[in-house]
Design a protein around this ligand. Structure first.
Ligand SMILES: Cc1ncc(C[n+]2csc(CCOP(=O)(O)OP(=O)(O)O)c2C)c(N)n1
Ligand code: SF4
Ligand SMILES: [Mg+2]
Length: 278
């Protein structure tokens, strides 16, 4: 048994795109370990939804959070121990609906974390309501005549908000997705991967994505070029759209301060507090 596996029974529908995300992520962890990143320093979180079950299927430390609150939870973990590589798995409802403010602010402050967005265009676990990313006209149990709203473009929002690494992947292209995950996790700053995730139960997009995705030939060189590419509709480009170096929230606020290594004793804390109390 691969030590990344757990005892949990997998309850995803056969054919779900989440399997491909899980497999690519396991391969990415192995590659990161080969590059010297210790698994004990990789920590994960997840929201609530079908996507979040990935937490149960990975033998990696972390905290299974609330719907939309995984993005805040994972930041708390990194603030407590800046040496961790923190990653969260979010659904499209999770990160672009309930948790949208957390997602925008994590990008804005260039928090050193990775957000993996399982974009299946639906609230899947709660049986098929439309999300902020559902296509206009998409029919589901809560929108039997089709959604009347235009979808948000997650990557365009993240670019505008200040994310310093933006990518899109597809579970049908495993090696490509694994490579993106490795690079996103290695990136210092806020990295965001939108994964085009077919859900066979509500939005079976396997065929559509196989026919309409196209690996980016070259990484765009500017913000404007990246924006143009993430908005493309003729083909859906996959790959890394944007990658820049910028100080992270942690560096700006705490410098080299590390609460784990620079821990002060209880007595010392009391002494310091006394100064202010007397
Ligand atoms: C604050 C809050 N609102 C709503 C719910 C109910 N809820 C649980 S899972 C879910 C749908 C999840 O959709 P998404 O985030 O897209 O994940 P998916 O199931 O599609 O992977 C909802 C609405 C909740 N648990 N908490
Ligand atoms: S409902 Fe959709 S997202 Fe959930 S496990 Fe089934 S196929 Fe996957
Ligand atoms: Mg969803």
């Amino acid at each position: 048994m691969n030590t990344l596996d757990t005892y949990a029974e997998n309850t995803w529908c056969p054919g779900c795109g989440n399997f491909g995300i899980l497999n690519a992520f396991k391969k990415a962890i192995v590659k990161l370990e080969e590059k010297g990143i210790n698994r004990e320093y990789i920590v994960i979180s997840a929201g609530i939804g079908c996507h979040a079950k990935i937490f149960d299927y990975l033998n990696i430390s972390g905290l299974y959070s609330l719907h939309g609150r995984d993005i805040a939870t994972i930041q708390g973990m990194k603030i407590a121990n800046p040496e961790l590589n923190v990653i969260t798995f979010s659904g499209d409802g999770n990160a672009m609906g309930e948790g949208l403010a957390h997602t925008i602010f994590a990008a804005k402050r260039n928090f050193d974390m990775t957000l993996i967005l399982h974009n299946n265009g639906v609230y899947a676990l709660t049986t098929g309501q439309y999300t902020p990313l559902s296509e206009k006209g998409w029919k589901g149990p809560s929108t039997p005549k089709g959604s009347v709203e235009e979808p948000l473009n997650a990557l365009a929002i993240m670019l505008e908000a200040g994310a310093t690494f933006i990518a899109r992947g597809f579970p049908g292209k495993q090696a490509h997705l694994t490579d993106i995950m490795v690079k996103a996790i290695e990136h210092k700053g806020f990295s965001f991967i939108e994964i085009l995730q077919p859900t066979v139960a509500y939005n079976d997009t396997w065929q559509f994505y196989r026919e309409n995705t196209e690996i980016l030939e070259k990484e765009p060189k500017s913000f404007d070029e990246a924006m143009k590419n993430v908005k493309r509709k003729d083909k859906l480009p996959i790959g890394i759209f944007y990658r820049i170096k910028k100080p992270t929230f942690h560096e700006e606020l705490y410098g080299n301060w590390n609460p784990v290594r620079n821990r002060i004793s209880r007595e010392k804390r009391f002494q310091l507090l006394k100064q202010y109390l007397t």
